[in-house]
Write a new protein. Structure first.
Length: 367
């Protein structure tokens, strides 16, 4: 394992759950001020204020961000809220301007993370600074690409890194604007110890309804914070109008979320310890049983080899799949899980048996 994946000196160094709020795009100085004042009125002081200055739009012709002027308005945020400011950068010019205007934290957007050339260019422009950078997941669910972007930043000396889960483009599932994939941030946290992953429910859901539900799920899974697009007049926002919430709605969402204590920071209770011991014991049994099952599979393989039978038999496979799935579902296991589990066991069985047949093949005498 690479050294940087083992340390736990990561993250933005902010205590508790990180709450990032602010508009999709900075539009006018008045808009920036109104959002700040309404947040203050609602007594919501987020950990960070977000505002897009350069907007990566799918098609040209819509509002592509206000540009450098917007960075000057960040003084308004400092004046009213006195919190760190974060914006998206997509190329060297953006980085230079963001640094010039003392933006506190940068983020790399989903459309940029997919492109190693672009990420490398941004990383080079950041060399010698120690500005914190958050990396959104790439548009496609490719964990290595996501980690690769974080590594490119790490390689130039950026140590304050965090990731943002904003969901993945999916051509078929239209329930979400970008479908969440909860295993991906969990894998990321597993592979890169200490990595903070913030969830962006706004770009996952794509509309106001459902932001609370997705935020709660992220917290339940142990993600480290939320980035929620917030605008004083969402319906008239210049970008992402459907998904932005007002500061009052943000307050309501945050008050309804049941923020859980991250398990890492707690010593497990006696009860949790006992339950985990029970799981350890069951896992042992599962492994013993699987080993026994594969020993029987080997006997079947030997039999098939002796009688010159093929490995795969579709009727038998269908019968096994259906009967076991049925039984599992009756016991409260999900159909998807049963199918994935059986598929994985079956695939391994078929491979093992084929290996035995291959060893007996005349063309493979030395195999
Ligand atoms: C944004 O945060 O406004 C944005 C453009 O996000 P993403 O890169 O996740 O699409
Ligand atoms: Mn947006």
């Amino acid at each position: 394992m690479k050294d940087h994946l083992k340390t736990s000196e990561w993250g933005l160094g902010l205590k508790g759950h990180v709450i990032i709020a602010g508009p999709c795009s900075a539009e006018t100085p008045e808009q920036v001020e109104k959002v700040c004042l309404e947040m203050k009125e609602q007594n919501i002081i987020p950990s960070m204020f977000r505002a897009g200055i350069w907007k990566p739009r799918t098609r040209p012709g819509s509002f592509e961000g206000i540009g450098e002027d917007g960075l000057k308005w960040m003084e308004i945020v400092r004046h009213h809220l006195n919190i760190p400011i974060t914006t998206e950068v997509g190329n060297t010019a953006h980085v230079e301007l963001a640094l010039k205007h003392k933006v506190d934290v940068l983020w790399i957007g989903a459309r940029t993370t997919v492109n190693p050339f672009a990420v490398q260019e941004i990383a080079e422009a950041l060399k010698g600074t120690d500005i914190p950078v958050m990396v959104k997941n790439p548009m496609n669910p490719d964990l290595q690409l996501w980690i690769g972007a974080l590594e490119r930043l790490h390689a130039v000396g950026i140590n304050k890194l965090a990731a943002i889960h904003r969901g993945f483009s999916d051509a078929y599932d239209k329930r979400f604007r970008n479908k969440p994939n909860w295993s991906m941030p969990i894998h990321l946290k597993r592979e890169w110890k200490g990595m903070e992953v913030i969830n962006d429910p706004s770009h996952i859901v794509g509309k106001r309804d459902g932001i609370l539900e997705i935020s709660q799920r992220a917290i339940n899974f142990g993600l480290d914070g939320l980035m929620i697009e917030t605008h004083h007049d969402p319906d008239n926002a210049w970008s992402d109008a459907k998904q932005q919430v007002t500061p009052a709605q943000l307050k309501d969402i945050l008050s309804k979320i049941d923020f859980k204590t991250p398990l890492d920071s707690e010593k497990p209770s006696e009860k949790l310890h006992d339950l985990r011991s029970a799981i350890d014991h069951m896992d042992d049994q599962l492994i013993d049983l699987l080993a026994e099952r594969f020993a029987v599979i080997d006997q079947i393989g030997a039999h098939k080899r002796e009688h010159k039978l093929t490995v795969f038999q579709s009727d038998r496979w269908k019968e096994v799949m259906d009967s076991r799935t049925d039984k599992g579902v009756k016991k409260g296991l999900s159909e998807k899980f049963m199918k994935e589990l059986l598929f994985s066991i079956h695939e391994e069985s078929v491979k093992r048996q084929e290996k035995q047949l291959r060893a007996g093949d005349p063309v493979n005498k030395n195999a």
